[in-house]
Ligand binder design. Sequence first.
Ligand SMILES: [Zn+2]
Length: 430
Amino acid sequence: MGGVALVCWSLMDRRSFLALAGMPVLAMADPLNAYAETYVKLVLAAGQHDPDYVDAYYGPAAWKESAAREARPRAEIRSAAQALLERLTATPAGAGPLLRLRHRYLLLQTRSLEQRLELLDGAKMSFDQESQALYDAVAPALPAGHFEPALAALEKLIPGAAPLAERYEAWQKQFIIPAEKLDTVFRAAVDEARARTLRHIRLPQGESFTIEYVKGQVWSAYNWYKGNAHSLIQVNTDLPVEAGNAVSLAAHEGYPGHHVYNALLEDRLVRRRGWMEFTVYPLYSPQSLIAEGSAEHGVELAFPAEERIAFYEQVLFPRAGLAPVRAREYQTVKDTVSKLAHAPNQAARDYLDGRIDRPACQAYLTRYALLPPARAAQRVRFIEKNRAYVINYNLGQDLVRSYLQRRGGDPWTEFEQLLSSPRLPSGLTS
Ligand SMILES: [Zn+2]
């Protein structure tokens, strides 16, 4: 994003970009490469109409400059996307599983782009229609009763007379990282997450990240991928950060989550194969379900429950000034709360489909996701801004987890393969 574009790529087109990356010229003969270039330029053009759409871009700077200069009208971008879809449909997928995945990736990502523009033009879609159109998946509709067993378990784990959400909030406050210790604790969590990932996944040489603390955002943390295996990880300090969140954010945003996913796509697909479509990451697209789902799964992969408890006891809680003896209780409660992960989907679906209003949406999040009022309000703002995007976290995690279980091999090897390939949500279930 923005000001951290790499100067050495600024005047390059695709050919010199690939030459720098050591790409064989033969790679350019594949007809899909021309379509990939068209796709990237359409994403950049769509980004002119939607400031959040282009989440990351590290391809030739000239393409981005042209998109800004040309400022193509939405109708023109849409018809160009439709034309690209027709050409892709008429093109054979190629031999081998990776080439078939690439072909399907370009098709589904382009279709999603066309649908996103249709939404910007005022098309009406239900929550489920939108999630299918943009993210290639629909979250299951769950009745409120689905969450009752977890809520009943929490009633026992955090006993008292006040409403459960209030008790849970008071309980959580005991595990807040003091502001002056946040950087030390978060860095310890990232170091641990990175070390655990490097035991299993070979990352590009020189991969790196920087951390920034920010305010006034609808998210808790964000990974801005800059290309050249570098990420900027921002942590939002509007609301206090809990000890466990330091670990989940470190794994989700960094290792083996977003930073690793982006670095592997860049290394394996852009630099080794010249597949330029991966130099751009459109936020409201099927790729986001894979990104968020794998980042969420990455937390449990890098920190299985017992190992996470040990890390809390030995490193994190002492550095945060918390009592290590409470680490097991902390993890037990959090594991139970994780069974409420789908509640935000229900709240978002009912709210965006007009069945409940804003206060009811917030109340649902407090009742069934146990979000304290301030956090529930933050989540409602997130839902208003990003709409069906919420399914990417919980449904994404479920789909990635069950896909890896079905594959049955070594979980880290399978995970690395998923992160290095153009697989999209419907490809996890079919
Ligand atoms: Zn994320």
